[in-house]
Design a protein around this ligand. Structure first.
Ligand code: SME
Length: 152
């Protein structure tokens, strides 16, 4: 199972690297990453970006059900990722204090810091799943790699 998932990420990363050659615009790259991940990873129910703007976390490109447009400051998983500047994996969102449920069917979540060329955190990539405990170290490692394509 683990190996199957790791191999799938290798194929996705290879495809994304090729796609990124067509356009260096960060928003176009985020949109492309979302489309590939959302349609290829069956267990992902929402894939998208929240971007920092004037101290707020505002929704950027995404695929999946309608999401919150602005996340309440310093609450929830995305803000925890911004404040701690590291990937946060939540096996059970109901056990995460302050979790913001844009989709009540979401059961687990992983949030990765999005860094610009100067390595400053400018937002996050957020992935939700309707399966409890869907995300592990393989997802964390591979999604961090994918996230680093946005500003490369
Ligand atoms: N659950 C996130 C909010 C964003 S939605 O999952 C798309 C959070 O707690 O920050």
């Amino acid at each position: 199972m683990e190996i199957r998932k790791a191999r799938k990420y290798v194929r996705i990363y290879t495809q994304l690297e090729i796609l990124m050659q067509s356009c260096s615009d960060p928003l176009a790259r985020m949109a492309t990453i979302n489309a590939i991940l959302y349609h290829k990873m069956e267990s992902f129910s929402w894939v998208g970006f929240y971007l920092l703007s004037n101290g707020q976390l505002i929704v950027g490109p995404y695929q999946g059900p309608l999401a919150c447009q602005v996340l309440e400051n310093n609450k929830g998983v995305c803000w925890a990722c911004i404040n701690e500047q590291k990937t946060i994996t939540v096996p059970d969102v109901r056990a995460f204090p302050g979790h913001i449920a844009c989709d009540s069917r979401s059961r687990s979540e992983i949030v990765i810091p999005l860094r610009n060329k100067d390595k400053e955190v400018v937002g996050v990539m957020d992935v939700d799943s309707r399966i409890t405990g869907n995300f592990d170290d393989t997802d964390a490692r591979e999604l961090e790699k994918i996230c680093s394509l946005v500003y490369r």
